[in-house]
Design a protein around this ligand. Structure first.
Ligand SMILES: Cc1cc2nc3c(=O)[nH]c(=O)nc-3n(C[C@H](O)[C@H](O)[C@H](O)COP(=O)(O)OP(=O)(O)OC[C@H]3O[C@@H](n4cnc5c(N)ncnc54)[C@H](O)[C@@H]3O)c2cc1C
Length: 455
């Protein structure tokens, strides 16, 4: 062990600091700034978007209720999508039905997904952050916190300019992995505490020049072989198991982009990875790259429609589905989701199914909502226990591992960001701590900003 101490310069003093500019950070930064807070967002990558840009993840998972009748995720998500549509970078979820190429041909859980181009997301989200008046600092890593009792009084950052400190009245941790919460001493569960696993990692890749018409016709012929929660080509993998080799996946999960013939593939699978460990992340990147090239060669050789397909590239970063789930004032459970509970202090309602990719089933285990059209996520899931001036938004909010697999989807994370940003601005304005924010007032404000919070 080495003891290290250094005096660091102050970089900025702001009302609200957002750490991480993925889907949650984008929602948080826009809404904190729009609601009057002096806001800075820092991001370790060279662009905003997180898994939705650098990870090439998509489409936006369903924003409709479980009966496919009504759009229930709106607000800032809808604004972003509308602007992406204006520049030809997205298709509105209302137009996309399950069993089609843009919904990955899935039968269940994929009605009304939103195909998008990741460059359009990057562009629109950046514009909206800056237009809202928030300041954006890229290539900047959150490193540590300076704490006085239960309060974060300084946030240590590192970038090309060196190390420095940001002071903020409220910090919103949107790092995906709850880095700020963990460094501050907030309790968390790492993955699924019941089986000790974190969901496998996936390196997305993109291909173009796919003959969608032939692919569609081929998949129609095999319709009966598509199990409710499996995507296509399980028949091909079974038939050519030896050539498919050691990629631990029993389906080819592929989604057509807004651009016809261009698909993003969610197929590679790297098991036993801890996304909070740099060596594991490195291993996942290297294995993911190998698997991506192998899967592409397999498809080009054997899959109908892929004969002239071209490899466009792998994602800039491995996709991490799950790491820390913080302990908040309330923990959302699998039971809450399955039973479609909507607590009075819900800051969002959603109907995304619980999609738990795991080691034991190469197709993953899927739980659907059973007793209603949607479930609600209380504000208290965003408020960590133990640190007074911190909120957490995104996939790391307080939820058990199974509930966490439903709320991790991009639109959900964007609206958690909207709620956290709005709550933080309210807290600053009223001189309160996040836990003391009037939840009824917050919900009213969110509704005024276009959010749907249930009937
Ligand atoms: C393989 C895979 C497939 C998925 N499929 C879908 C899908 O089809 N549809 C869907 O809607 N969702 C899907 N998801 C879920 C979704 O992409 C993520 O759960 C969602 O992006 C999480 O958003 P977030 O803002 O919490 O975190 P992230 O997207 O991870 O963003 C976190 C941001 O914080 C930055 N950051 C992290 N640590 C630091 C630090 N210490 N300092 C500074 N910056 C930091 C990161 O660079 C990143 O930009 C998938 C996820 C994966 C991994």
């Amino acid at each position: 062990m080495f003891a290290y101490s250094k005096s660091l310069p102050l970089y900025r003093e702001v009302d609200v600091l957002v750490v991480g500019a993925g889907p949650a950070g984008i929602g948080a930064a826009i809404c904190a700034a729009r609601n009057g807070a002096k806001t800075l967002v820092i991001e370790s990558a060279g662009c905003v978007g997180g898994a939705a840009t650098n990870g090439l993840v998509g489409p936006f998972m369903t924003v409709y209720d479980a009966r496919s009748e009504k759009q229930i995720i709106k607000g800032i998500f809808e604004e972003i999508v509308d602007r992406m549509i204006q520049i030809g970078g997205a298709i509105h979820p209302s137009e996309v039905r399950s069993k089609t190429s843009r919904a990955g041909y899935y039968l269940i859980g994929h009605d009304h997904v939103g195909p998008f181009d990741h460059e359009a997301f990057k562009l629109v989200a950046t514009d909206m952050i800056l237009e809202a008046g928030a300041e954006l600092l890229l290539h900047t890593q959150f490193v540590d916190v300076i704490k006085e009792e239960n309060k974060i009084v300084g946030v240590v950052i590192a970038n090309k300019s060196g190390m420095s400190v940001i002071r903020a009245k409220i910090i919103i941790d949107c790092s995906g992995d709850a880095d700020v919460a963990a460094r501050s001493g907030v309790n968390y569960e790492l993955g699924n505490i019941h089986d000790g696993n974190m969901q496998p990692a996936t390196l997305f890749f993109r291909v173009c020049n796919v003959d969608t018409e032939r692919l569609n016709a081929h998949i129609k012929e095999h319709e009966n072989e598509i199990r409710p929660f499996y995507g296509p080509f399980s028949w091909l993998i079974r038939e050519k198991q030896e050539e498919w080799g050691d990629v631990p996946r029993a389906e080819v999960c592929l989604f057509e982009s807004p651009e016809p013939g261009e698909f993003r593939l969610n197929v590679t699978r790297i098991l036993d990875i801890d996304g909070t460990n740099a060596e594991d992340l490195t291993k996942a990147e290297l294995l993911g790259m190998k698997q991506a090239h192998k899967v592409f060669s397999f498809l080009k050789k054997h899959a109908v429609g892929f004969e002239n397909a071209k490899f466009m590239g792998t994602a800039a970063s491995i996709g991490i589905r799950e790491t820390r789930h913080i302990e908040g004032l309330y923990r959302l459970t699998k039971d809450d989701v399955i039973n479609c509970r909507v607590p009075g202090n819900s800051i969002a309602v959603m109907a995304t199914n619980m999609d738990t990719h795991n080691k034991s089933d190469p197709g993953g285990t899927y739980y659907t909502l059973e007793n209603g059209p949607y479930f609600g996520v209380p504000y208290t899931c965003l408020v960590p226990k133990g640190i007074d001036n911190l909120l957490v938004a995104g996939r790391a909010i307080s939820a058990d591992a199974v509930a966490g697999s439903a709320i991790r989807m991009i639109p959900c994370c964007i609206v958690f960001g909207q709620a956290a940003g709005t709550a933080a601005a309210m807290a600053v304005k009223e001189g309160k701590l996040p836990a003391a924010v009037d939840e009824n007032k917050l919900c009213t404000l969110l509704k005024e900003q276009g959010a749907y919070l249930g009937d």
